[in-house]
Ligand binder design. Structure first.
Ligand code: ZN
Length: 579
């Protein structure tokens, strides 16, 4: 069997290499894209079909304790979609919370090859590594949580920036993390006191520091360490009417912090549909007064380039909310009055998660406005290199709804049909009905491939089809030279639901309805290099503070090599903290 392949006659969309719908051949050897292959290569004639890099999802909850809790809470979801064993494939369930193997199969069928889980408390990383072994066909990375850790607060209160950076380095190295997640800074800690924080300048319980200081210091430390991905932010006041003000204030709070090696972006704002809620001018911040803040955020983005964002787009129907924002989940439970899990064991950790099942209804005014927010943003923002399609899966919808979301962005006709279905008062609360813009296939390739790869600092080997890139490739069953896809939204949904072919690491892994093979894959981690004397000082401080403050031991953090070695692909990073 040859390990060379040649994809002939495809129409290529490869934004990182400036290629917008040009006919080109793609040559692959040993899992990488190369300039040419020998005559022994297996040739696939693509006959004018669209070729894109493998999809990169930078925010999807696919592993970890929240997912496990959610699965236990909602067996009724599993009943709706059993997935039988097929050939060598495992059985499982689909629906809102697909089982581990099915997650890999479904992403692969949609042409995605890399997924980042955005919220793993470091002390629970071992469980996540065990789980990730059962998620096939995807390169995976995990972001570790830092924003509600007493160690974070300690180094900030002591004004010890080198210590904070070293604590981040220690955690990422122990847990095998890829980056830094910040969730409701200070608020989840306050949750352990049955409270929350609402103002950026309000001191958090027990400490003389504020959410603004937590955020600014974490952003500075990440840039100081030179991590490939900036701080990944879930802001304070998520899910409250008028929270666009807090969100913009938080972005303002970090504007001006110098990016690593001059990069303009210093923060990634995640799932904007939950934190860009406006309020009717002069009215009380109550649900009846909610309006879309999507345009306001887009206008802010068009003026300032220090942040990137992803959508967290709602698709109506059942979902499962899960977040390390424990107080928000309690509030949501108060509205829904259904099931609620408070993962209390997390509270003394930098976690503090909650899980609440939720169904988004087009009959709900709030849900309808939320649905419009992120679409309005995506269609009003100038720079799509800073705008990524996500559903915060499974929070706003399961990731399997991406094809539908792409159809809303690519087709005005499709959007107009859906606007007819939502709450009648919602259309007046957003500019979405008047927006004519339609994304092109190139735009989709930017937002689902090139941009997330670049935002994650993976652009040298992910998200593109140039020489040296990983041979992660999606061939769509659509011929862009023959069809005007915007006229046929159903064809868009179909094309992005099941690719014509998906290649992972140069192996044909999915073809239409079927997953046909397994392929090599990795867990992506970073290994921040810092000065040895700082490392020695801080690792002994961190170990003694964990043993003093927490019920678990510092020994619980390190993920042993037997879990890591078979899968780990680590990058050593050296920022100014390493010199
Ligand atoms: Zn999330």
């Amino acid at each position: 069997m040859t390990d060379e392949i040649l994809l002939k006659g495809g129409i290529v969309y490869d934004p990182l290499n400036g290629i917008n719908g040009e006919e080109a051949d793609i040559a692959v050897r040993d899992g990488k894209i190369v300039d040419r292959v020998s005559h022994k290569a297996k040739v696939y004639d693509l006959d004018g079909r669209a070729v894109l890099p493998g999809g990169v999802d930078l925010h999807s909850h696919i592993i970890g304790s929240k997912i496990g809790t959610a699965r236990a809470m909602a067996p009724e979801y599993h009943r709706t979609e059993p997935v039988p064993r097929r050939g060598r494939l495992r059985s499982g369930v689909g629906s809102v919370l697909p089982s581990s193997f099915v997650i890999g199969y479904r992403y692969s069928q949609m042409g995605y090859t890399t997924v980042i889980d955005p919220a793993i408390p470091a002390v629970k990383a071992l469980g996540a590594w065990e789980e990730v072994a059962d998620v096939p066909l995807l390169d995976v990375g995990m972001l570790s949580l830092f924003s509600n850790s007493m160690l974070t607060f300690h180094y900030i209160q002591e004004d010890d920036m080198a210590g904070l950076a070293a604590y981040i380095a220690w955690t990422l190295r122990m847990a095998g993390g890829y980056g830094v997640k910040v969730v409701n800074p200070g608020g989840t800690y306050a949750w352990a006191h049955h409270m929350n924080v609402h103002d950026l300048d309000e001191s958090i319980p027990d400490w003389e520091i504020t959410p603004r200081e937590i955020l600014r210091n974490l952003v500075s430390a990440v840039e100081h360490l030179g991590l490939p991905h900036t701080v990944h932010l879930h802001p304070n006041n998520l899910g409250t009417v008028g929270n666009i003000e807090t969100t913009i204030a938080q972005l303002e709070a970090v504007r001006g912090i110098r990016g690593h090696r001059g990069r303009p972006q210093v923060i990634h704002l995640t799932h904007i549909s939950f934190e860009s809620l406006g309020c009717l001018e002069g009215e009380e911040p109550e649900w009846k007064n909610v309006v879309s803040g999507g345009l306001e955020l887009a206008e802010y983005a068009n003026r300032h380039n220090h942040f990137t964002a992803d959508l967290g787009q709602i698709a109506f129907g059942p979902a499962m909310t899960m977040t390390a924002d424990g107080p928000f989940q309690f509030r949501l439970y108060g509205i829904v009055r259904g099931k609620w899990s408070n993962i209390a064991v997390d509270v003394e950790l930098p976690g503090g998660a909650g899980v609440v099942p939720y169904t988004y209804s087009p009959k709900s005014l709030t849900n309808s406005v939320q649905w419009m927010i992120s679409l309005e943003y995506a269609l009003s923002v100038c720079d799509l290199w800073r705008c990524v399609i996500t559903t915060d899966s499974p929070n706003a919808a399961p990731f399997t709804q991406y094809p539908l979301i792409i159809s809303w962005l690519m087709s005005k006709k499709q959007r107009s049909e859906w606007i007819q279905r939502i709450h009648p008062a919602a259309a007046k609360k957003s500019t979405l009905p008047d927006i004519e813009r339609e994304w092109s296939l190139y735009d989709v390739a930017v937002s689902t491939r090139a941009a997330p790869a670049r935002i994650l600092g993976l652009e040298h080997h992910k998200g593109h089809l140039g020489i040296g890139a990983d041979a992660d490739i999606a061939v769509l069953d659509v011929r862009p030279n023959d069809a005007n896809v915007t006229e046929k939204p159903k064809d868009i949904v179909k094309a992005f639901s099941k690719t014509y072919m998906t290649f992972k690491h140069g192996v044909l892994v999915a073809k239409g309805e079927t997953v046909v093979a397994d392929a090599p894959r990795h867990v992506l981690t970073v290994h921040p290099v810092i000065e040895e004397s700082t490392w020695d000082r801080v690792s002994s401080e961190v170990e003694s503070l964990i043993d003093r403050w927490y019920v678990h031991s510092h020994d619980n953090y390190a993920v042993p090599a037997r879990y890591r070695t078979p899968l780990e692909a680590t990058v050593r990073v050296r920022g100014s903290a390493g010199r």
